[in-house]
Structures are given as C-alpha cells and as structure tokens.
Design a protein around this ligand. Structure first.
Ligand SMILES: Cc1cc2nc3c(=O)[nH]c(=O)nc-3n(C[C@H](O)[C@H](O)[C@H](O)COP(=O)(O)OP(=O)(O)OC[C@H]3O[C@@H](n4cnc5c(N)ncnc54)[C@H](O)[C@@H]3O)c2cc1C
Length: 404
C-alpha cells in the first residue's frame, strides 16, 4: 500500500514498533483477519546478544537459515576465574540470531500474513471521536496521520507510546547494556563457536554480568549495569584485553537499555496497550527478552482481538494478567536471584560454584529451553534448594581453576 493512501483507512489496530514483539502481534492479528498496520522507523539494528531458546524457534516457526550459530553449552566464570561448564544434554542447543536479519524477516512474515506496513517514526497520539490518530514522520512523505480503533505500543524500552498514551504505566526499572560485535576469534581457551561464556565478575559488571556469545563469523562481547557511573565501554575493553581478544576487528559498538521489571499497567483502559520491552517484559538476572517479547506480542494480539470483537476496552487489561499468570513467578524468582547473588564478588563466587551442580544445571537448562519445569522434578527442586543453602554456608563443590 502507498503511504499517502493510509489517510482514508481506519484500521482495527496499528502496531507501533516492528521488533520481535510488534512483528509477532501484527502477524497474529493479520492471521486472525483484522485490518492491521505495522509501523517501524527502521534503519537501526537492535543491539542484542541474539540468544533464543528452542521453545521460541518451535512456537514461532523460525527457519533454520536465521540461526547463525547453535550453542551446545555455557561456561560460567567466577571472580576467581574458576570456570564451570554447563553442557546442554540430549543434543539440545540455544539458537543465535542476528537481529539485522531476524527482525526484517519477522516484519516480512507479518506483511505476508496480511499486515500493511509503513516506515516512519511515531511522534504523536491524539483522539478524534472514537478513534485514535497517530502521527508518523516519514521523511519523503512528511507527517502521515493514521487512524485506528486500537494501538499496540511495541516501540521498545524507551517507548514513546508509553510516555504519550499510557503515562500511568510509569518508568521501567532497567540496566543499560553495551556490546561490541567483533569478527569471531579462532576457537581457543577463551572462545568457542558453540559456547556462550558468562562472566560473573564485579570488575566487568557490578550488578549484572558480561558475556561472549558466538554468532557464526561474528561474536558479541557485552555487559550491562544499572550503575550510572560505571563505564561499560572500559569494562569491555578490559575484558577483551584480559582474554587476548583486543586484536579482533570491531564491527559495531552499540548499547541500549534492558528493562528488568514488567510495568504495573500496560494499557490506558481505552485504546492503547503496550507489549514487549515497552511493557518491561524481560527476565531479570538473564536479560532474556526476545522470547518474552514474542509471547507478549501474541498475548496482546489476542487481547486486542477480543477488544475489537466485543468493542470493550476492558479486554486490553487481560493481556498483563495472562502474561503474569504464565511467567510472573519466574520473573519474581529471577529478580530475587539477581538482587541477592549479583551483589558482590563473594556471593558471585558462591553462585558460580552452585552452577557446577548437576541438578542446578538440569533445572536451569530446562527452565530456559522449554520455559516450563516438569512437575515430576519437584524432588530436584528441593535438592537444589538444600544445595543452595549448603553453598551459601560454605560447602562449595570443587571447581577447576584456569588462568584468564
Ligand atoms: C545489548 C543487549 C543484549 C541483549 N541480548 C539478548 C539476548 O541474547 N537474548 C534475548 O532474548 N534478549 C536479549 N536482549 C533483550 C532483547 O533485545 C529485547 O528484550 C527485545 O529486543 C525486545 O523486543 P521488542 O520487540 O519488545 O523491542 P525492540 O526489539 O526494542 O523493538 C522495538 C522496535 O520499535 C521500533 N521503534 C522504536 N521507537 C519507534 C518510534 N517512535 N516509531 C516507530 N518505530 C519505533 C524500533 O525500530 C524497533 O524495531 C538484549 C538487549 C540488549 C540491549
């Protein structure tokens, strides 16, 4: 559709932001037969480590060509440089996606399902009778106004939609994350193309973690923190130097906030609802947001579909309830985990020791890969809890010490 012809249409829904969350919401609404417009400003690759669980690949039918690396395990590194290997059992893997290809592919899929698209930066929201009027700056076409019955704000952690149309949602709690995309180094002591390395060391992050994620011919080396005075760029420089990775060619340097707590309200009770990072939906402790953004997009699309069908905006509030019912407890547990174990190097050392335990590894991978825990493993939960207490009291499992 030509951009100037939008003016005559009243959409059932306009989705602002074509990242994983918005593209999924638009795809679902289009498949359900609603008229939907997906708007994205385009032109900037989302800074992201790009690790996605098999559950996402399965549920959202992600084709294999978008998975640039298959990671078979993780290595967790303590402040003392002790390393714990966490292999993934049963041939499982974590998928790595490049956001410069992943996001456009998701937007194209939404269009193939029937969503209209516009390239433009959302600037203003107003009401005109019973519809919302959205203004987009589109460059060549100037300001384009779009009318819609409902609006989905999927425009990321710095959401303009939230600020403008859902002020009661408040500001999210977040860490600022920064990474450098480098040409992948050769496989060696501090890098393996099928392994994610996670550094729990205060010098690289005082309250989160630093990482090295493989991406085929590239790698992401990054870190995050909520501390304003901490220099993320220096921390990554130091990490690269410590690991002998300073000489790898740097392709991009970029950063963005990661929200770490779902906002208390996602909708304005009338026509606008937030999803993905805009709603604060990222797992604390890990910063995993892509799966939750897509699930959130799906759940929000369902709520908006219901609101359109019944002409009742109350349905919008059901989105947050449904999401929190599925993942609220896990988010709370991960929030406690981060607040407790990431506080100082003494606790981080014990946390890494705990990750050496077989039961902890099985439960961690199961929770990450499938996003659900098998009920029959309740005894394992109990064992893990007792071991947690043991580790805290000083009964740490033996770890291998390596240089680095
Ligand atoms: C450095 C870093 C590393 C990360 N690593 C991982 C990881 O390995 N695995 C993981 O699962 N998660 C990771 N995350 C989190 C993950 O990237 C986000 O949670 C996820 O991208 C959220 O998706 P979204 O669609 O809600 O928002 P976004 O991906 O931020 O998409 C928002 C979209 O809105 C568009 N937009 C914004 N403003 C406007 C506007 N005014 N008008 C029009 N369009 C607009 C943008 O162009 C963008 O396409 C990481 C985040 C960072 C910052």
């Amino acid at each position: 559709m030509q951009q100037d012809s939008f003016r005559d249409v009243i959409y059932d829904a306009v989705v602002i932001g074509g990242g994983p969350s918005g593209a999924t919401a638009a795809d679902q609404l289009a498949r359900a037969g609603f008229s939907v417009l997906l708007a994205d400003r385009e032109g900037r690759i989302k800074p992201c480590g790009g690790a996605v669980p098999p559950r996402l690949i399965r549920d959202y039918a992600i084709p294999d060509h978008l998975i640039v690396a298959k990671v078979k395990g993780a290595q967790i590194i303590a402040p003392s440089n002790k390393r714990v290997d966490m292999p993934i059992e049963n041939d499982g893997y974590v998928g790595m996606v490049d956001r410069e290809d992943f996001d456009p592919w998701l937007r194209d899929r939404a269009a193939a399902s029937g969503a209209d698209r516009i390239t433009g930066t959302f600037e203003h929201y107003a009401r005109e009778g019973s519809v919302s009027v959205l203004s987009f700056a589109t460059g060549a076409h100037g300001i384009v106004k779009i009318r819609s019955r409902f609006v989905i704000g999927a425009d990321g952690a710095n959401s303009t939609v939230a600020r403008m149309a859902v002020p009661r949602a408040g500001k999210p709690k977040y860490v600022f994350a920064y990474h450098e995309i480098v040409e992948a180094p050769p496989s060696g002591a501090h890098y393996h193309p099928e392994r994610c390395d996670v550094y729990y060391q205060g010098r690289f992050s005082p309250d989160f973690y630093a990482w090295i994620f493989p991406h085929g011919g590239k790698a992401s080396i990054g870190t995050g923190t909520a501390h304003k005075g901490f220099s993320l760029r220096s921390a990554i420089g130091d990490l690269r130097e410590a690991l002998g990775l300073s000489e790898c060619r740097t392709i991009r340097r970029e950063g963005a906030p990661i929200p770490l707590k779902p906002l208390k309200t996602w909708d304005n009770g009338r026509d606008v609802v937030l999803c993905g990072d805009a709603a604060g939906v990222v797992a604390p402790a890990s910063g995993e947001g892509i799966y939750y953004a897509m699930l959130c997009g799906e759940i929000v699309a369902r709520a908006v579909g219901e609101a359109i069908r019944t002409n009742d905006a109350h349905a919008l509030a059901s989105a947050r309830k449904s999401f929190m019912k599925l993942h609220g407890r896990v988010f709370m547990a991960l929030g406690f985990l981060q607040a407790f174990w990431y506080r100082n190097d003494w606790l981080r050392e014990k946390f890494v020791a705990m990750c050496g335990d077989k039961d902890v590894q099985t439960l961690t991978w199961q929770a990450y890969m499938d996003k659900e825990l098998v009920r029959r493993e309740k005894l394992a939960h109990l064992r893990v809890m007792l071991k947690d207490i043991g580790v805290f009291l000083g009964f740490t499992p033996k770890l291998e010490k390596r240089s680095g």
